[in-house]
Design a protein. Structure first.
Length: 610
């Protein structure tokens, strides 16, 4: 009798309730009309699933884990509405309401960021604490501890919103905050690259509604919101990690094995398959399980989540973390799915190489990648070779030699032919993962002027890291927390408020005023945004280049020598043509460009030719 009771207990279905449903809602008139909805709950896969209102279920997929069921519905030619999913097992059933919403008008053709923009990179936890009430929350493990350089400091979405006018005054037209979705690690969670819930803003940053409000506030100012998206990995505290939908949802060896970080294996014709697989499939760090994008369920989940955020939060672009560590074919499909839905949506991928050929491989329609019949579909990449030259101390090289001084900058642009879209690459001097520019160059303002003038006037999309514009320093050798310091004035009680002109120190004013003048000038200069670049071999450590189109020409002179330099304009005749003088944007000084030009040591001319 006992055996019979035990058998009946095992065979009797346990009726599930739904613990999670993702995406939580969708839209009725998407180009991606088939949406795969993930239901999670105890033994939910034991049920049959149906939908009301004539909603067509195209497929139901179950996995080895009975707590998941993936239901694909077809929304083509279906109006916005609420309808009901019914889950039934024998004579028992339960229901769940689901919504198809109406899209924002012209959502599909939203304009994204491009070379007319300047992007302001914000370390979200370290910028400004606009709402102290959410510094620590009951649902998250790590609590605020501003005394710990690697702890949570309390920066949030409200802090960004309250300082958007500051960012705009700098000349920025777009912001890129580091990830804002929940990261529930017990320590080091402030960087949020180890996310624990992809459909939820971390409560210490605010709410989903706050994020939507951030986009609205930006758009009211004519600015753009770029989401930092992570496709390669999650955090080990992600809610699925305790109950994976499939064993191969993440890469297992079994369990953890660290990547070899050798990204060149992704196109190296001599690479072993072992090394290639370990780069893609190995975990970035032990606390970041590596997602298996080659699993169709994973790829669909990531694709829909990305599109959901674009539509829900009215986003203007993505920056994608560690792009080459993904399964290369799957990430190309992910990227194409997004740009098929939004044809003008820009996505910049972090392809951290120090070779133009290797970076260019990852840009859409690369002729280099085409040799291997590969196309990443990724619109934009980051110019890490230029960053490396700058952060390897080129502006400390006072004298020009065969391979030193401004010739290194010149040679970086020699290789622009490798990029299929040279105007759509991101240029920068520092970011949240490397030494601060002002630490390396000891807050030398003249060197700062040279570097910022360079990234503001060459091809591509300039990105400025928060605080660099006021002289903030920080050393990677000291630790990540040092290059991610709190912005002064972002916290109540800060002795120095650099968000306010009256609160800045004299040095901060000097840095800020120059940066603001430079990038506000750039805003309306189409010749800089998409004009041709012609440059000349540096002489005496002086680098001269022109940005020009049919109606305008700008001459940039950077003297990296520690001596004043005088040069004749004759060798620039093809660009100077009949121009008589140049008006220096920085000093408002007029320079006769038909006579010998003298430029002070460690200085720049930014000349609008007249």
């Amino acid at each position: 009798m006992k055996k019979l009771i035990f058998f009946l207990l095992l065979s009797t279905p346990i009726f599930a309730q739904i613990d999670r449903i993702e995406p939580p809602f969708w839209w009725s008139d998407m180009n991606l009309s088939e949406v795969q909805i993930m239901f999670y709950g105890k033994n939910i896969a034991q049920n049959d699933v149906s939908a009301s209102n004539g909603i067509v279920i195209k497929g139901i997929q179950k996995t080895e884990n009975p707590n998941y069921v993936f239901v694909t519905i077809d929304t083509k030619n279906t109006k916005a509405q609420d309808f009901v999913f019914t889950f039934k097992n024998k004579n028992k059933s339960f229901t769940h309401n689901y919504s198809l919403k109406s899209r924002k008008s012209n959502s599909r053709f939203r304009k994204s960021y491009d070379s007319s923009d300047m992007i302001y990179l914000i370390m979200s936890d370290r910028f400004a604490n606009g709402n102290p009430n959410n510094d620590s929350t009951n649902e998250t493990i790590e609590k605020v501890n501003r005394a710990n350089k690697d702890g949570r400091h309390g920066g949030d979405i409200e802090g960004i919103i309250k300082n958007l006018d500051y960012i705009k005054s700098l000349g920025a037209t777009a912001i890129w905050p580091t990830p804002l979705c929940e990261d529930n690690d017990e320590k080091g969670s402030y960087h949020t690259y180890g996310q624990s819930d992809l459909y939820k803003i971390d409560s210490r940053f605010g709410t989903n509604e706050d994020y939507v409000r951030l986009s609205k506030e930006l758009h009211q100012r004519g600015m753009k919101n770029i989401m930092d998206y992570v496709t390669n990995h999650w955090g080990y505290m992600h809610w699925m990690m305790n109950d994976l939908p499939t064993y191969d949802w993440i890469h297992q060896f079994p369990g953890y094995k660290q990547t070899n970080y050798r990204m060149a294996t992704q196109f190296d014709t001599n690479a072993s398959q072992y090394d290639t697989n370990l780069c893609m499939d190995g975990w970035f760090v032990k606390s970041m399980p590596d997602l298996n994008q080659s699993n169709p369920l994973v790829l669909k989940y990531l694709t829909q989540n990305a599109i959901w955020w674009i539509e829900y939060a009215d986003l203007d672009g993505f920056r994608v973390d560690t792009y080459p560590y993904n399964d290369k074919n799957a990430i190309a499909q992910w990227t194409k799915s997004i740009t098929d839905e939004y044809p003008y949506f820009n996505i910049v991928g972090e392809a951290w190489y120090y070779s133009q050929a290797q970076i260019a491989y990852w840009q859409k329609d690369s002729k280099i990648a085409a040799i291997q019949s590969y196309n990443s579909n990724l619109p934009s990449v980051m110019d890490f070779t230029l960053e490396e030259i700058i952060m390897n101390g080129v502006f400390n090289e006072d004298k020009q030699e065969w391979r030193n001084g401004m010739v290194r900058i010149f040679e970086n642009f020699n290789n622009d032919f490798m990029y299929p879209n040279i105007h759509n690459i991101m240029v920068f001097v520092d970011n949240h993962d490397i030494n601060r520019f002002n630490d390396l160059y000891k807050n030398d303002f003249k060197k700062y002027q040279m570097a910022m003038t360079l990234i503001a006037t060459v091809r591509g999309i300039p990105q400025v890291y928060y605080g660099t514009e006021i002289g903030m320093a920080g050393s990677k050798a000291v630790g990540d927390g040092d290059i991610r310091r709190d912005f002064p004035g972002g916290w109540a009680g800060d002795s120095n408020n650099a968000f306010s002109a009256s609160g800045r120190t004299e040095e901060q004013k000097k840095f800020f005023n120059f940066t603001s003048q430079l990038f506000n000038w750039r805003k309306n200069k189409s010749v800089i945004h998409n004009g041709k670049m012609t440059h000349y071999v540096p002489e005496n450590n002086v680098y001269v280049y022109f940005r020009h189109n049919e109606t305008e020409s700008v001459m940039v002179v950077i003297n990296n020598s520690n001596e004043a330099q005088t040069f004749a304009p004759t060798r620039f005749k093809e660009n100077l043509q009949n121009y008589r003088f140049g008006l220096d944007v920085i000093t408002n000084k007029t320079v006769d460009v038909q006579k010998e030009i003298t430029i002070e040591p460690k200085s720049v001319y930014l000349l609008e030719l007249k």
